[in-house]
Each structure stands twice: as structure tokens, then as C-alpha cells.
Design a protein around this ligand. Structure first.
Ligand code: PEP
Ligand code: MG
Length: 323
């Protein structure tokens, strides 16, 4: 099987009708980067920057981070890297941070909430990213945005740092794309102006699903209880797909489900054109996309929903079995 997938490495993830899906990889450590070539990923759809903070005994310095991000961009070459700013709190506790006693850390002081309350660390990280880019294109996404206002504040912080770099005579990215991770249902109901303001939106399905079904992603008893292919969840995803389509916002999906073939294919059939996953999943997902007709699958999914099926999984599985 490995061999079959390596033959696919340089082939596009294009379905039988010609629809192309961009399959990117998730990364967070330098050790992940060689997979960029090996897997055939079209880019890094999610670079989790907190890993660099979690593996140290003190806050990394700006120049250390800049050097590291520069190496990531060097390794990626022409491929795009979506850097996600620090997502700490919840399950990710920094060894040098005072542990927060919180009743519900997943819904607590985490990710961008910390970044906005402690702007020093966020600004330092944004400077490091700008310096690492050194004039090259840069894509930055903010984790766990719950309201447009949070996104605007984070975006302003980045634009402020960019202007500051320019004033200091340093090169600024010739193209700066700023996006939000959609991880709370609230953003599905944000106004159009928010969607227009985002250069891209990336669905963080792990958190989104946790909050959609109110089922703790860390709790073994409930974490697999609800099906990602449940009609209600798909209805919510479709809403986001339609809104991004209407505003011309680039949409991707970067939770674990993007790397599960049945889920990935369903997302593609519903209209998500970019998926970011662990590198080892790219081969299997690409293999299935190339054998499928996404329009046909979409019709099968709609039929299943119209028939009142709670989950479209059986319908998608039987389509896959027929290939
Ligand atoms: C997610 O929530 O789906 C996601 C990609 O981020 P993380 O798993 O790091 O929370
Ligand atoms: Mg998340």
C-alpha cells in the first residue's frame, strides 16, 4: 500500500470530474518538515507554533523564533505555510507558566484569549514571523477566535507590527494573508463583514466538534460518541462553505477528521477544497479522491439526508465500496 501511495506523490488530488482538492499537511516541529516533500503535500495548512514553546524551559526569544520560522519557510520553498499563533491553555500548559486553576480549561483562558490579554508574547511572536518572512509572502492564522472583534484586534496587532517593521526599514511580506480558525460555533453566525475581512478561514474541526456536540475531545467516554458525518454537523459546515463562497473567503479544514478518508471525501463533496492533515494520511485520501466523482457523492449525501438519515456515513461507505 505504501508503494501505491508513493506513486501518487506527484499526482494531483483530482476527482474523476476534474475537481482538484489541495491536500496540505499539519506540522509543528522541524522534524515534520521532510514530510513536506515525501508526502506530496501542497503546503503546510497548519503549523502549530505552541510546540516550540512547550518543549522549552523558558519563553523562547524573538530571534530564536524568527530563525526557526525562517527555517520552516526555507524548507517549504514555494509551498505556503499557514502559521498559527500560540494556542496554549486547555490541554497545552507551558512548563514556565503559572498553572491556571480553571474548572473548564477547554473553554477557559486559552489561545487568542491569552494572546489578547498578554499582548507582549503575541507581538513578539508576530515580529518573529515578520522577520522570518523577510519580505516573502506570509500567512498567519489566529486560533480559537470566538467573535469578529477578537479577530480584528489580533489582525490590528499584526498590521501594527508590520508597519513598525516597515518604519524601521526592514522588509515586510509582499503578501500578507490573515485568517481565523473557526473552532467555535459562534463564528458560523458572525456577520458577512467578518467573512469578508478574513483572507481565509480554517475550520479547526477538533475543537469545533467538541463545542458543537458539547463533548469533551479529551474524555474517552464521550470523544467518539458523536459522528462527524452527523447531518446537523454537515448542515453547519455547509453554512460556512456557502458563506465563504459568497464572500470569496478561502476555506480549509484542518482538524484530525481531514485525514480520515471517509470524512475527507465527504468534506470535499460538500465543497471544501483544501484539507490539512497528518502527512501519512495524504496518500490514502488522495487515492480515494482520484477514484471518486465528488458530484456523484454529493448527490448521494443529499439523498441520504433527505431520507432522514442522521448520519450520512453508511451512504458514503457504500459509495466507496462501489468504486
Ligand atoms: C482543531 O481544533 O481542530 C485544531 C486543528 O487545533 P488543535 O487540534 O491544535 O486544537
Ligand atoms: Mg483547536
Amino acid at each position: 500500500a505504501q508503494k501505491r501511495y508513493s506513486d501518487l506523490r506527484d499526482k494531483p488530488a483530482r476527482d474523476r470530474s476534474g475537481i482538484e482538492i489541495s491536500l496540505m499537511m499539519n506540522a509543528g516541529l522541524m522534524a515534520d518538515l521532510p514530510s513536506l516533500d515525501g508526502s506530496g503535500a501542497t503546503g503546510v495548512g497548519l503549523f502549530r507554533t505552541e510546540l516550540q514553546f512547550l518543549t522549552r524551559t523558558r519563553v523562547p526569544r524573538r530571534d530564536e523564533l524568527a530563525a526557526l520560522y525562517a527555517r520552516v519557510m526555507d524548507a517549504a520553498g514555494d509551498k505556503r505555510v499557514y502559521f498559527r499563533t500560540l494556542d496554549i491553555g486547555s490541554d497545552k500548559v507551558l512548563p514556565y507558566m503559572k498553572p491556571q486553576e480553571e474548572p473548564n480549561p477547554a473553554m477557559g483562558w486559552r489561545a487568542l484569549r491569552v494572546g489578547l490579554d498578554k499582548p507582549g508574547v503575541l507581538s513578539m511572536q508576530l515580529q518573529a514571523l515578520l522577520r522570518a518572512a523577510n519580505g516573502r509572502p506570509l500567512s498567519v492564522m489566529f486560533p480559537f477566535v470566538a467573535t469578529p472583534e477578537e479577530f480584528y484586534r489580533a489582525r490590528d496587532a499584526l498590521l501594527h507590527q508590520r508597519d513598525r517593521e516597515a518604519k524601521l526599514g526592514r522588509p515586510v511580506p509582499k503578501e500578507l494573508r490573515i485568517g481565523a480558525m473557526l473552532e467555535t460555533p459562534s463564528l458560523g453566525f458572525a456577520p458577512d463583514s467578518f467573512y469578508k475581512a478574513c483572507d481565509f478561514i480554517s475550520i479547526g474541526g477538533n475543537d469545533l466538534k467538541q463545542f458543537f456536540f458539547a463533548a469533551d475531545r479529551e474524555n474517552e467516554r464521550v470523544r467518539r460518541r458523536y459522528d462527524t458525518l452527523h447531518s446537523s454537523f454537515l448542515t453547519f459546515l455547509e453554512r460556512i462553505i456557502a458563506r465563504c463562497g459568497a464572500t470569496g473567503t478561502v476555506l480549509s479544514f484542518c482538524g484530525e477528521d481531514a485525514g480520515r478518508p471517509v470524512e475527507a471525501l465527504t468534506f470535499a463533496a460538500l465543497g471544501i477544497r483544501k484539507l490539512s492533515m497528518r502527512p501519512a494520511s495524504i496518500g490514502p485520501v488522495k487515492h480515494l479522491i482520484r477514484r471518486s466523482d465528488l458530484g456523484e457523492l454529493r448527490a448521494i449525501i443529499q439523498k441520504s439526508r433527505n431520507a432522514g438519515d442522521e448520519s450520512v456515513r453508511p451512504a458514503v461507505m457504500s459509495y466507496l465500496a462501489s468504486l
